[in-house]
Write a protein that binds this ligand. Sequence first.
Ligand SMILES: [Zn+2]
Length: 208
Amino acid sequence: MANPKYPAWVSQLSERQLVDTFGSDTLKRGQAYAAQSRVGHIAVGSGTGGSLVQAQVRGSSYYSYATVVRHIAATDTLISTCSCPVRSNCKHGAALVWHMHTVNMRALTPAWQLALDEVTADAQPAGQGQPLAVSVARPSGMVQLRPLVWGRSGRWVKTGITWDQLAYPWQGNYREGAPGGAGRPGPGPRPARQRELLLPARGRTVAG
Ligand SMILES: [Zn+2]
């Protein structure tokens, strides 16, 4: 696990704090800018009472703005100023903060979890059924993944579920969840990107 690149307060920022500073619309635009790699080289400085970060952020028409964000340690608040017409708490400031936040969070995330990002990125919380989990173990240098269900004992258990049942959910008791909630079987086997697997609460007959 790598050390976070930017100051610790960047990692600890909550969604609430960012919305309070920038407003939710500006935050969303800033997040889109960060995803489009519009944040240039970032200079980090520290002074009395907090720290200061500065970067050029590319706006529309490839014009770059000088954006500065100060973090006041005593109140854990952000002050964002910019050379763009908006002047303060603009989408460029939001992009700068969000970019640093995602870089830090990535450094703090274990490698095995990053490897699962592709399949979990647009997973939705299940609206019905029982939750499923994957256990990750490393016996003798190998990585072992195992499906788990929430057991009556109040713990994740491996009894009663196999990868075969997950790979062909419409042949067993596991269904891929449709956005509306009701499980709807797909046209053929497509086990590679199961988004949401639902286990109906009513009687399940699981063959080994
Ligand atoms: Zn700006």
